[in-house]
Design a protein around this ligand. Structure first.
Ligand code: ATR
Length: 296
């Protein structure tokens, strides 16, 4: 199929990143456009860091409707756009850009993805203990969403590099007064908190295909049967962490919920239409099954 870019109507959208191996966003959004009969196209824009400013200029020049942003540019696009939402500012990362009559506005829909993934458990999370593995960009969006929408009593960040976790603890402690933030890189300390937490969340890439046997749970820690365990990794659909959780009798939330949730919010920002969730879920699961077959 020939690529035909036109600047006349705002019909182009795409994902910006580098070394994008297999993004599910094009299939997910394209299926949603098709379902609602919307005249948009969605492509992959894989550029080197030096090319990023030129790509943003091209998005303006060609009157794109917007873009999603993935690794490694969620922070790097910020100085290149005109405005960012309060939420994206607090998280420190943009994953969605909307072109409003030539003004590029940045949002972070990952936080909404986390909210959607955990909303069913809101009452259980409120006033309770949460353990979050990781202290990168995904962790920031996750911690922001959990603190903002569910007001837990404590959030402990478990990360191999303590300094990275401490930066988040310092920053978010002043922003969310109902939650106490802690950090550790010690297995024993983490294991004790894991035992009493209502919710465990992995925000690192540990366990992602092809390293499917890895997980972030420290050696002495055990998942309890009444806990909720959420892994933002969605490939494989059931990560090693989620398998442990299921075996322990815990409730599990797959990363696919966050993928769909962030996609839904981005879709609504782009098109002002409600995201056809069932269609998108079907396509994403099909793509993941297909990629599993390709790897096997
Ligand atoms: P992202 O923006 O996608 O979250 P990132 O900023 O590179 O990615 O952050 C990745 C997080 O996963 C970090 O907290 C990282 O730990 P460090 O702060 O110590 O680097 C964590 N992480 C990545 N690979 C890991 C591994 N193999 N074991 C433990 N933690 C890991």
């Amino acid at each position: 199929m020939k690529l035909r870019i036109s600047s006349e109507h705002q019909r182009h959208i795409g994902i910006i990143g580098h070394h994008i191996v297999h993004s599910l966003s094009p299939a997910m959004h394209t299926a949603a456009f098709k379902k609602l009969n919307l005249d948009y196209d969605y492509g992959v824009m894989d550029v080197t860091p030096e090319m990023l400013p030129n790509l943003i200029a091209a998005i303006r020049a060609l009157n794109f409707r917007g873009a999603n942003v993935t690794v490694p540019y969620k922070e790097k696009v910020i100085p290149l756009i005109d405005e960012i939402s309060e939420e994206a500012k607090m998280i420190g990362a943009v994953n969605t850009i909307v072109n409003n009559n030539g003004r590029l506005v940045g949002y972070n829909t990952d936080a909404h993805g986390v909210y959607i993934s955990l909303a069913y458990y809101a009452e259980e999370i409120k006033n309770n203990h949460v353990v979050i593995f990781g202290a990168g960009g995904a962790a920031r969006a996750t911690i922001y969403a959990v603190a903002k929408f569910f007001s837990p009593k404590r959030i402990m960040i478990v990360n191999r590099t303590l300094d990275n976790a401490n930066v988040i603890v310092d920053e978010f402690s002043t922003k969310f007064r109902l939650t106490k933030f802690f950090s550790t890189s010690e297995n024993e300390v983490a294991a004790r908190e894991i035992e009493v937490a209502a919710l465990l969340i992995n925000t690192t890439s540990v366990g992602m295909s092809p390293s499917v046997h890895l997980h972030t749970l420290p050696p002495l820690a055990e998942i309890q049967k009444d806990q909720i365990v959420f892994d933002i990794v969605y490939n494989p659909l059931e990560t090693a962490l989620l398998k442990l959780a299921r075996t322990a009798g815990a409730r599990t939330v797959s990363g696919i919920e966050m993928l769909l949730g962030q996609g839904a919010k981005a879709f609504e920002l782009f098109t002002h239409n409600e995201f056809p969730m069932h269609v998108a879920r079907e396509v994403v699961i099909k793509e993941l099954m297909q990629s599993r077959r390709n790897i096997a």
